[in-house]
Design a protein around this ligand. Structure first.
Ligand SMILES: Nc1ncnc2c1ncn2[C@@H]1O[C@H](COP(=O)(O)OP(=O)(O)OP(=O)(O)O)[C@@H](O)[C@H]1O
Ligand SMILES: [Mg+2]
Length: 364
């Protein structure tokens, strides 16, 4: 399937265009690195996400994708903090909440019931000495379902239902310990667990990275089915552009802690307007065609602790000019579209950026 066909499939999803489910404004996430030093791994990120939408966050290792995902769920490590910005979330009761102002108890409920995450390197998310059934039950016991504590039978029924939804056999999986399952099965269990309390928002951080290609395929299919059936909103973190094209309606490219381009899958991958996104697309090996067309992006990302003035990409950019050392451009509107699908790019030379070849999805 080419990316254009994939985009048409994605466009079928039922996106409510009225109120964003999540509205992020100027979010900064900081890690303290010493008594007087820190680095901002997310440097002022803003976006609106609409119900039913699937947003892929793409970009090189270290650009801040996981930090943004953890920041959105307020799950940062001890030395991480959010010094500024806002996150407004519209929950199941249709009332907006300011996620940064939720107290400990409310936050604990909000996670799982409204928003859940499948972590990068998810194998570490399991308790190795508890059976899968016990781990699923523990997750549910801490929450109310339809206003009451779930009974043992309800917990078992829901766990089995979600395992079947990810194509696993509950009788086999519930009594197993994590080490008795394959990597692909464990990843599917984690997806099932994340959906136990019917969250409106699911964040998946590199859910297929450590898996072989056939297992990847199975996970991608399961996620597509689950989205269609349950209608949750999704943020999908990956550096695999073909997966992003397949699973997302929308793409946001991150570089050095900022979103530097965003738009629909079609606009972004067919007509990228930031030289970095264009570079990422050109670096994907074509399924057909000549390998010599491949071009890597020269150099490596700058250190977030010592970012120079101006555009953080300029040292690697073939479009860079003197002005780029002075200006760190904001996202500029390129094509206005509904439901947060507008195409924007943070480059003063966006008009000159060439369209690279088309990204071909994994199952082409
Ligand atoms: N606990 C921490 N303390 C200090 N710096 C951190 C911490 N965690 C991450 N960082 C730094 O924050 C930046 C962003 O890291 P992050 O893990 O969010 O990137 P990523 O885009 O998810 O990368 P990858 O694709 O490798 O998963 C990196 O420079 C990283 O070194
Ligand atoms: Mg990461």
């Amino acid at each position: 399937m080419t990316m254009a066909e994939t985009t048409m499939t994605a466009a079928k999803s039922d996106v409510n265009t009225e109120t964003p489910i999540l509205s992020v404004k100027d979010l900064v996430v900081r890690y303290t690195t010493g008594s007087k030093s820190y680095l901002d791994a997310v440097r002022g990120v803003s976006f609106d996400l609409y119900p039913g939408q699937s947003l892929a966050l793409v970009g090189e290792s270290g650009c801040g994708k996981t930090t943004l995902g953890l920041g959105l769920l307020r799950l940062l490590p001890r030395l991480g903090s959010v010094p500024s910005g806002s996150m407004t979330f519209v929950g199941k009761n249709n009332k907006p909440v300011d996620v940064l102002k939720l107290g400990t108890a409310a936050l604990r409920r909000w996670r799982w019931e409204e928003a859940a995450i499948v972590f990068q390197g998810a194998m570490n998310s399991f308790n190795p000495v508890l059976r899968i059934g016990e781990q699923m039950a523990d997750t549910m016991k801490a929450h109310l379902i339809d206003g009451h504590k779930p009974s043992k039978d309800e917990i078992l029924d829901k766990s089995a239902e979600m395992l079947r939804a990810v194509r696993l056999e509950p009788k086999q999986v519930l009594p197993s310990y994590p080490h008795e399952l394959s990597g692909g099965m464990r990843q599917r269990v984690l997806i099932a667990m994340s959906l136990l309390l019917d969250p409106r928002l699911l964040i998946l951080d590199e859910p297929t990275t450590a898996l072989d290609i056939l297992t990847q395929r199975a996970i991608v299919d399961v996620l597509g089915e689950l989205r269609e059936r349950l209608g949750f909103t999704m943020i999908f973190i990956t550096h695999d552009l073909a997966l992003a094209a397949e699973l997302a309606d929308r793409v946001a490219t991150m570089y050095a802690g900022r979103i530097i381009e965003t738009g629909s899958v079609r606009d972004t991958f067919q007509n990228p307007r930031h030289p970095y996104t264009a570079g990422l697309i050109n670096a994907v090996p074509p399924v057909t065609g000549d390998l010599p067309n491949l071009a890597s992006i020269p150099g490596s990302p700058p250190s977030l602790a010592t970012l120079p003035k101006g555009c953080a990409f300029r040292d690697r950019c073939s479009y860079a000019e003197d002005k780029c050392a002075e200006i760190d451009p904001e996202l500029e509107m390129i094509e206005s579209r509904l439901a947060g699908l507008s195409h924007t790019a943070a480059c003063i030379n966006w008009q000159q950026v060439h369209s690279p070849r088309e990204v071909v999805t994994a199952d082409a």
